[in-house]
Design a protein around this ligand. Structure first.
Ligand SMILES: [Zn+2]
Ligand SMILES: [Zn+2]
Length: 270
């Protein structure tokens, strides 16, 4: 099915260290694609040692998104977002950044374990994969216990590199207890689960998380789903959003969610 109202709630501009296009250029492109809403969610990796730089780049990102939001008012909904990476590794800095601006939308994510590099950099032929995954899910449990975000980003992120790139098979059912606790806590706190579609265009060939986890979130009473391409290039704006909506619908959700002033707004899937 081809849906009419596509929202992309996870997009990086060149205010992210790994982003490539300006906020304005991405807005023009989003409009051409007919997207109804876009959330710009530049990285703010809280465990970065240089906190001053972190605050400066968060401010720069927020400022440019705010300008775009005004310029495109009435044409497209723009959410002033941020992707907080590893926020529980330094809660004080996380809260300082969150309180410094009026964000519409906050993504919570874990890209690395404490004191380690992003999962992207690890050599899995030399790592203890089950131990890494155990620790990863523990950190996600810490993140949802803190809960000062709106949607949980790309649950199962390490699989992008372990399964997708390194071709090491992983039996996720071994982590079911932890994953279920994460989903249950999200549902109880009325937080959203993100369907991150970047894996569809990468080697993983699946969303993060995959459909059966989205279904379990529904079974635990989860109400809110956000869908994001995690685009770092204009070419990837809106990529896989339609497939993500299919998964949401198949799992029993009849709307997807966008956020304004950190309040959820349900948009029917149609
Ligand atoms: Zn991320
Ligand atoms: Zn991202």
């Amino acid at each position: 099915m081809q849906y009419k109202k596509l929202l992309d709630l996870h997009v990086h501009t060149d205010n992210s260290f790994d982003g490539n296009h300006s906020t304005t250029y991405l807005c023009e492109r989003a409009q051409m694609l007919g997207l109804r809403a876009v959330a710009f969610t530049d990285h703010s990796d809280i465990d970065t040692p240089d906190k001053q730089q972190l605050e400066r780049s968060a401010l720069q990102s927020f400022f440019e998104i705010s300008k775009a939001k005004s310029a495109f008012r009435g044409r497209m909904i723009i959410c002033k977002g941020i992707e907080l990476g590893q926020p529980v590794y330094d809660i004080e800095t996380s809260e300082k950044i969150l309180n410094s601006q009026k964000y519409d939308f906050v993504i919570g994510s874990v890209h690395n374990l404490r004191g380690m590099q992003d999962f992207w950099y690890l050599d899995y032929s030399k790592e203890n994969v089950p131990e890494l995954l155990d620790k990863y899910f523990d950190e996600i449990i810490n993140l949802v216990d803190w809960g000062n975000f709106d949607t949980l980003a790309h649950l199962t992120y390490p699989l992008r590199y372990i399964v997708g790139d390194s071709k090491i098979p992983v039996d996720l059912s071994k982590y079911d207890d932890k994953i279920n606790l994460i989903l249950k806590t999200l549902a109880e706190k009325e937080l959203a689960l993100e369907i991150n579609t970047s894996g569809l265009r990468q080697n993983l060939k699946k969303t993060m998380p995959e459909a059966n986890i989205v279904k379990r979130f529904k079974d635990f009473g989860g109400k809110y789903i956000t869908i994001g391409s995690d685009a770092h290039y204009a070419e990837h704006l809106g990529a896989g959003i339609n497939e993500g909506m299919n998964i949401a619908k198949d799992c029993g959700f009849d709307s997807v969610t966008l956020y304004q002033n950190r309040e959820p707004i349900q948009i029917p899937i149609e």
